[in-house]
Write a protein that binds this ligand. Structure first.
Ligand code: TXA
Ligand code: MG
Length: 341
């Protein structure tokens, strides 16, 4: 089992030394725990992919201590990048910018761009400062599984694959950073686009830039996707099914009557749920829901439920990120496109 250590000065120094030696350190950030390695060390970066079981062409986010350090990784730094970095860093925002010349293709998955973020967590920042460089850090979970929001989640999921886990308590945002592509600005004409909704609301980005920020590709729920082509992500063992809030009780009763153990994500756990239904408390407030989401999905698995039912929140503010994660958790899991029994 990996070592879970409190973030004492000695352990922060130990984490920095481990990174320098090419090791893997799981770090708390305000969003989720990250699996960090020296982003200038290709062998260390390769260990991240191996530990996560992640495809090699999936690019990683480089975490740095401040916006000035980010410049060393960027090939261009537009006014949009400057504005967003000044407004939201340290914080749950990742900027996609042109890749600096000496940034490893192992980190960027061969892309001409690089993802950069300054996390707003004292432990992550202390390690970055002590280490003195950038660390590549995906979420510290096996590829496709539920992201970790506590040190115990990391140890459960990655075990010995990580050299040490720094325990910074539960993550207070609870969903990953918002990813904004500002690389088009570098060519002078483009606009900013959200590639993944997350801890910074899209509305706040639009306000900071003084123009509407688009939500692009997979992040845009209106896009038509062929069943079976969307791989599930952020998924518990239990099948995830999304219904309207009004349908939850009847739908739960149907699954329970079929002999399946069914959980419901609900703001009313004390309501009169049908026999055999396991209510999992899940707040309506979008920020509280984001903080609780991954722990709630893990609770479903701990209860041994076959299926979990949930309703999508209103897609405003952090509700957009919560809805995105619930949709991906409900996505098809195998090439035949089956997402539930
Ligand atoms: O909150 C977070 O962002 C957490 C914490 C640990 O900082 N990290 C995280 O990393 O969520 P990960 O690897 O689980 O997700 C990174 C996402 C991936 O979807 C990846 O495709 C995207 O960032 N990404 C990285 N570099 C990119 C690039 N150059 N262009 C487009 N997408 C990129
Ligand atoms: Mg992830």
């Amino acid at each position: 089992m990996s070592r879970i250590l409190p973030p004492t000065p000695a352990n922060l120094a130990r984490a920095a030394a481990c990174l320098r030696a090419g090791g893997l350190v799981a770090l708390p950030t305000e969003t989720v725990y990250g699996l960090a390695a020296n982003a200038r060390d290709d062998e260390a970066v390769a260990r991240i992919f191996a530990a996560k079981g992640r495809p090699q062409d999936h690019p990683l986010i480089v975490h740095v201590a401040d916006a000035e350090a980010a410049l060393a990784w960027a090939g261009a730094w537009s006014p949009a990048a400057e504005t967003l970095a000044a407004r939201f860093w340290p914080g749950p925002l990742t900027l996609i910018v042109a890749r600096g010349r000496d940034v490893s293709l192992a980190v960027t998955g061969g892309l001409p761009t690089v993802a950069l973020r300054v996390p707003a967590h004292p432990v992550a920042l202390a390690v970055l400062q002590a280490f003195g460089g950038g660390v590549a850090a995906p979420s510290a979970n096996r590829f496709g599984a539920v992201s970790p929001t506590t040190a115990a989640h990391v140890a459960e999921g990655l075990g010995d694959a990580v050299d040490l886990v720094l325990d910074g308590g539960p993550c207070h945002v609870g969903v990953e950073s918002t990813i904004v592509d500002v690389s088009q600005y570098d060519s002078g004409s483009g606009v900013a686009a959200v590639l993944r909704p997350g801890g910074v609301a899209v509305e706040a980005l639009s306000e900071a830039l003084g123009q509407r920020v688009a939500v692009r590709g997979e992040a845009r729920h209106t896009e038509v996707r062929a069943p079976g082509q969307l791989p599930s992500h952020y998924a518990p063992e239990a099948q995830v099914r999304l219904v309207s809030e009004a349908e939850l009780p009847a739908e739960a009763a149907t699954w329970a009557a079929a002999g399946l153990s069914v959980a419901v994500l609900t703001a009313s756990p004390e309501a009169d749920w049908p026999p055999g239904v396991v209510p999992i408390p899940f707040p309506r407030d979008p920020e509280a829901a984001a903080r609780r989401l991954y722990e709630a999905l893990r609770e479903v698995d701990r209860q041994g439920c076959h299926v979990v039912l949930g309703a999508l929140p209103a897609e405003r503010g952090l509700g957009l990120a919560v809805a995105d994660r619930l949709r991906k958790a409900a996505g098809p899991r195998s090439p035949d496109g089956k997402s539930h029994p």
